[in-house]
Write a protein that binds this ligand. Structure first.
Ligand SMILES: Cc1ncc(COP(=O)(O)O)c(C=O)c1O
Length: 281
């Protein structure tokens, strides 16, 4: 991997060394927290499922009235140029689009597009064997279908998560479960059906792939998941680009199944890893 000072980023039309990658204080992301992003994984120089992530990025941009300053073709070429320059075997690429420099500090300016590549490590074996404990919190993201840069609630809850000896937090409203701050959520019911919430969530790319692979072996559906369903569930797990699939073995005081990572969860993880490998061939 190249050393930190050799890394480059793309900022508002230019590729610059990472230590010179700045935005002006008038940017609407700084002034009002207005912006969107997406995040894709790059393994051995190959972006995984790039079309899926870019499609979601364009949808987020459209829903937030932010024109993307580069054509699809030039955006992809710039991503590849950075990947080539940064030479990181395992990385994440953040594509950020903000409200841009704003004289009024409120009106959208010319959006700022940023591309930042960062080293990525996937969860280790210990975490997979242990499984995660999560607490719950009543909250719904403001515009759930958009991948905004607003993670205020998640970040505010970090201390509470630690105080409870937990790993993360699961959002719900009135007992109807949605997602975690950075992950989607699944349960495996007693009858073996794999279910993931459909309302009030970001449509995760990993969630989409897991639904596809789960549908080949099991009954897999999008639907309503309640805290009561979790109490009855045989297994639970979360999904995200950086975490792939991680077992959830406890939600608040409720131990899921036998309190150990479940067989369906671990089988799906192997299938997901295979799907990632096939996508790179
Ligand atoms: C709110 C939210 N939900 C779910 C996810 C998981 O999405 P993906 O699988 O595309 O990484 C993320 C990813 O960061 C997220 O921010």
């Amino acid at each position: 991997m190249s050393s930190e000072n050799k890394l480059h980023a793309y900022v508002r039309g230019e590729i610059v060394p990472l230590d010179q990658a700045y935005l002006h204080v008038s940017d609407l992301s700084i002034q009002r927290g207005y912006g969107i992003f997406d995040f894709l994984k790059i393994i051995d120089g190959q972006p995984l499922f790039m079309e899926d992530y870019l499609a979601r990025f364009y949808t987020s941009a459209r829903l937030m009235h932010l024109p993307v300053p580069l054509s699809d073709e030039v955006l992809k070429a710039t991503i590849f140029r950075l990947v080539e320059l940064n030479e990181m075997p395992m990385a994440g690429m953040k594509i950020i689009l903000t409200g841009g420099y704003s004289d009024s500090g409120y009106d959208i300016g010319e959006p700022s597009l940023l591309l930042i590549q960062q080293p990525l490590s996937l969860p280790g074996q210990a975490m997979l064997e242990r499984g995660l404990k999560v607490i719950t919190h009543s909250y719904i993201r403001e515009i759930p279908e958009v991948k905004t840069i607003n993670y205020t609630m998640g970040i505010r809850l970090v201390n509470k998560i630690k105080e409870n000896g937990a790993d993360d937090v699961l959002y719900h409203t009135g007992g109807v479960v949605t997602e975690l701050p950075r992950c989607n959520f699944f349960i495996v019911k007693r009858d073996g059906t794999v279910v993931t919430p459909v309302e009030g969530i970001l449509h995760g790319i990993t969630r989409k792939h897991v639904l596809e692979i789960a549908g080949k072996k099991y009954k897999a559906v999008e639907g309503t998941v309640t805290l009561d369903d979790i109490r009855q569930a045989r297994e639970a797990f979360l999904t995200s680009t950086t975490k792939r699939i991680l077992p959830v073995v406890q939600v608040d005081d409720v131990v899921i199944g036998n309190g150990k990572p479940g067989a369906v969860t671990l089988a799906l993880l192997q299938d997901l890893i295979k799907l990632e490998e096939e996508s790179r061939k």
